[in-house]
Write a protein that binds this ligand. Sequence first.
Ligand SMILES: C[S@@+](CC[C@H](N)C(=O)[O-])C[C@H]1O[C@@H](n2cnc3c(N)ncnc32)[C@H](O)[C@@H]1O
Length: 208
Amino acid sequence: MTERRFSEYADRNGLAILEVLRHEFSTATSVLEIGSGTGQHAVRIASAMGHLNWQCSDLDENHESISAWLALAKLANVLAPVSLDVRTAQLPTSAYDAIFSANTAHIMSIESVKRMFALVGETLTDGGIFCLYGPFQEAGECSSPSNAAFHQSLRSRDPAMGIRDIEQLDEFGERSNLRRRRLYAMPANNNIGVWIKDRQKGSDNDHA
Ligand SMILES: C[S@@+](CC[C@H](N)C(=O)[O-])C[C@H]1O[C@@H](n2cnc3c(N)ncnc32)[C@H](O)[C@@H]1O
């Protein structure tokens, strides 16, 4: 039997995420999702935003669930998941004009998060948009007691996990020409950070 897993969190927070992406990805065409998980975000967002070509990706262990969600939804604008582990992936340059990832930064080690930002910087087109959803800390502080408790529970599960500082994500972004333009407050003390890939000095687009 095919395993189509269900995440209550993805289901509950999906509509609020969709509302932000309707705005941020309104003119995007080609989206890479990093860490598609169950596959629920891909189905919800791509079915509501038919102008997007959505590429799912994740570690191989999650492909069965993603594929099962895609088989049920039968969406023409979503591609089957590709294997993508940010620790080892090589991605083509300037291949996507938008990238989305949800609830990945606190699960990955900080080295992997740094590598994810480097990959995003490489594979986004100039002017492309990266939306990262999840809980973040600001100035080293969690935004709520529940996030602080979540941070501690992640740390006790695996010391490499934990809620990340938005300032540190900005630093990773700066190294890859990614400049944050917004931080949306989302339900349940989550956020969406939005980074834009700056046009490279001397690129052809400077003369357009
Ligand atoms: C908490 S789940 C979130 C899943 C989904 N995005 C959601 O919001 O429901 C974390 C996701 O990060 C992925 N992940 C963890 N380490 C990764 C890595 N090194 N490269 C790519 N994805 C990774 C996991 O496989 C999993 O899908």
